[in-house]
Design a protein around this ligand. Structure first.
Ligand SMILES: *[C@@H]1O[C@H](CO)[C@@H](O)[C@H](O)[C@H]1NC(C)=O
Ligand SMILES: *[C@@H]1O[C@H](CO)[C@@H](O)[C@H](O)[C@H]1NC(C)=O
Length: 179
């Protein structure tokens, strides 16, 4: 390339790059969603776990939120399984509550799978219903400890985090419904 030609090549390259769309720095979609969350810091931390969330559109962000919730349900189901593997330190009421929770988390995971399918089909009403059912599962798990008379509320923190992850997905779904 002649010097003059390469000069113009460079200029046009700069012009092209300059006109590419920029991500909106400091006000990502995730941040706007978390603005509505009860716990913004936690909400941002969760989305930060998935690098895709920074460039995601609202529907993709909804998928990420559902994936985080479902990953957490799987994690909690495993955690329960490990505790039930050795019940020698558990009183029978606690063991019963844990056994019920294991089933609730299996159900919740299934409902989150259904939510993913609904979101992909733009069926916002169904997403709402399925995620709501998953939240109800975590609540039934928590109530099971009370009803069994167990003294050890072993899953309170996990139930709360799971519900929060589901609520993030619901908040996104609500924004999608409004669009
Ligand atoms: C269950 O307990 C057995 C025996 O203590 C152990 O070998 C096994 O790894 C445990 N499984 C899980 C999932 O913790
Ligand atoms: C799920 O949430 C619990 C806290 O309740 C946390 O300890 C665990 O690491 C989380 N797991 C996943 C896979 O998100």
């Amino acid at each position: 390339m002649k010097p003059i030609a390469s000069f113009f090549f460079l200029i046009s390259l700069v012009v092209c790059l300059g006109s590419l769309p920029h991500p909106i720095i400091g006000s990502s979609l995730a941040e706007q969603v978390c603005e509505r969350s009860h716990d913004k810091a936690n909400c941002m931390a969760w989305f930060g776990l998935d690098p895709e969330s920074e460039q995601a559109n609202l529907q993709q962000l909804g998928m990420i939120a559902l994936r985080l919730a479902s990953g957490n349900a799987t994690d909690t189901a495993l955690y329960i399984k490990r505790m039930l593997n050795d019940t020698s330190g558990l009183d029978p009421s606690t063991e019963q509550a844990l056994t019920d929770c294991a089933q609730h988390y299996v159900d919740a995971n299934q409902q989150l799978d259904d939510s993913v399918a609904a979101l992909l089909a733009n069926a916002q009403h169904d997403v709402n219903a399925w995620v709501g059912a998953a939240i109800a599962d975590a609540e039934s798990c928590e109530d099971g400890f009370k009803e069994s008379g167990s003294q050890d509320f072993l899953l309170t923190a996990r139930n709360a985090i799971f519900k929060q992850l589901c609520n993030n997905a619901l908040a996104i779904n609500k924004l999608l419904t409004a669009n």
